[in-house]
Design a protein around this ligand. Structure first.
Ligand code: NDP
Ligand code: 2IT
Length: 450
């Protein structure tokens, strides 16, 4: 049995029932065989074994009262995975599907994503199985305050800097930051994604979606193609999907779909961004509401999805942007996309394609940008927010956008060149995993046993 197989088997024994985490670990470790063969230090010094084990996992109870005065209890997590490159950095997810395994997979991916940005940030992730949907602002505020009452002792600008993810946007970051400030008495960059007049960075809100589109542009340019005039499928209808759609429209592409937890919207004339923002950001409603103003659009409710996948991937387009959640694109979805002529897939979400779907894209030889590379613009801009906070300054939108463009170009080149170096030109999965791992692993070796 290879060392990698041993490590993977041991993970399943020591951390049972963490399917998403094994999936993420398997993908990364399988890419590494060729690197481990070339440089024995990574095995000799136990780097692989250390890399899959979080430095620290904090599990805590969040008790809060709902509007009827009833006491509610949620499970919460912060997994501080690796700090070899800098303070822990990564988002917080509030969603009923959150488990220890989900947070661990996200924290693991974050290590390599953050390394690819070239910036000094370690990897972490956190969250809770709290569902903000249908909760009043008061309930969300009380939950966030209780969550921060416990978390504040483990974070800080040079220690660990959480941000948003699914279910954690501007409103939640506001409540979390307000409470951090009250508890510690310190006004400092302990969270990113803050409001613009209280320490936030211009461009952070847009960064993940915009960065994901820039990444697609680099992949398409390599094929002597461009985004302008293309038809694009986007899934999700949250922060990442909305700003992906926004940038696609700015660049002359036509995004024709989006999706949420109630179903898929398809609008062949092109998604009306203002209508989408109003429904999802202001009214917090289901996408079905879009039909009220656009009778030429169609909505497929969840109940009518194909049994082997998702309605959003069954339409025809040249480029696809999965921007909702993990494993939202199955093997059958990948085959449908390929049959319908997709040339490029750029992942805004974390691990949205199943392992089998990834295999289909790689076998077909299309341009495929894995999440840890394509969606790194969000965390990179979070790090720019940390820089601004540390310097007590605020940069202009053009300056932030220029830096974001540079970071995404750098990530693309690094993944492309690393894939080439290891004999798999065009395989950005291999390129991203090896390049991310190597940067962290080398730092761990330099720093001695930790
Ligand atoms: P949001 O909460 O803003 O939006 C998530 C969207 O996906 C919503 O439209 C939601 O539907 C839908 N969704 C979430 N879970 C499910 C599910 N289980 N089934 C169906 N639909 C679902 O989150 P973000 O846009 O911030 O995050 C989207 C993805 O991007 C995640 O994978 C996240 O980890 C990743 N990401 C986010 C970054 C960021 O900066 N925010 C950075 C890098 C990656 P509904 O509207 O009905 O709730
Ligand atoms: O998955 C991610 O990269 C994020 N949710 C953003 C993390 C961050 O710290 O900005």
């Amino acid at each position: 049995m290879s060392r990698i197989d041993e490590v993977l088997l041991n993970l399943q024994r020591s951390s049972p029932a963490q399917g998403e985490f094994y999936q993420a670990a398997e993908e990364v470790l399988e890419s590494l065989q060729i690197l481990l063969d070339a440089d024995p230090r990574y095995i000799e010094q136990g780097v692989v074994e250390r890399m899959v084990e979080p430095e620290r996992q904090i599990l805590f109870r969040v008790a809060w009262t709902d509007d009827d005065g009833r006491i509610r209890v949620n499970k919460a997590y912060r997994v501080q995975f690796n700090s070899a490159l800098g303070p822990y950095k990564g988002g917080l997810r509030f969603h009923p599907s959150v488990t220890a395994g989900v947070i661990k997979f996200l924290g693991f991916e974050q290590i390599f994503k953050n390394a690819l940005t070239g910036l000094s940030i370690g990897g972490a992730k956190g969250g809770a199985d709290f569902d903000p949907k249908g909760r009043s602002d008061g309930e969300v505020m009380r939950f966030c305050q209780s969550f921060m009452t416990e978390l504040h002792r483990y974070i800080g600008p040079a220690v660990d800097v959480p941000a948003g993810d699914i279910g954690v946007g501007a409103r939640e970051i506001g409540y979390l930051y307000g409470h951090y400030q009250r508890l510690t008495g310190r006004y400092e960059g302990a969270l990113t994604g803050k409001g613009l007049n209280w320490g936030g960075s211009l461009g952070r809100k847009e960064a993940t979606g915009y960065g994901c589109v820039y990444f697609a542009e680099h992949m398409l340019n390599e094929l002597a193609l461009g985004l302008q005039g293309t038809t694009c499928l986007v899934s999700g209808a949250g922060n990442v999907a909305i700003h992906t759609i926004e940038k696609l429209i700015q660049l002359g592409a036509t995004p024709v779909s989006c999706s949420d937890s109630t179903g898929t919207l398809y609008h062949p004339a092109g998604i009306d961004l203002d209508a989408l923002k109003k429904i999802k950001e202001v009214e917090r409603k289901s996408l079905v509401a879009y039909l009220e103003a656009h009778s030429d659009a169609e909505f497929t409710p969840l109940a009518d999805y194909p049994s082997d996948g998702h309605a959003v991937w069954r339409y025809s387009a040249e480029v696809a942007f999965p921007c909702a959640t993990q494993n939202e694109l199955t093997e059958a979805d990948a085959q449908a996309l390929l049959a319908n002529g997709v040339r490029c897939v750029s992942e805004g979400a974390n691990m949205p394609s199943t392992a089998e779907a990834v295999r289909c894209f790689l076998d077909a030889g299309i341009a495929y940008g894995p999440g840890k590379a394509a969606n790194a613009g969000g965390v990179a801009t979070s790090q720019l927010e940390m820089q601004q906070n540390a310097g007590l300054t605020q940069w202009s939108m053009p300056k932030v956008e220029d830096r974001l463009r540079d970071v995404m170009a750098g990530i693309y080149r690094l993944c492309r060149d690393t894939a080439q170096e290891f004999g798999s030109p065009g395989n950005l999965v291999l390129g991203a995993n090896i390049a991310g791992f190597r940067r962290v692993a080398d730092a761990m070796i330099d720093q001695g046993l930790r």
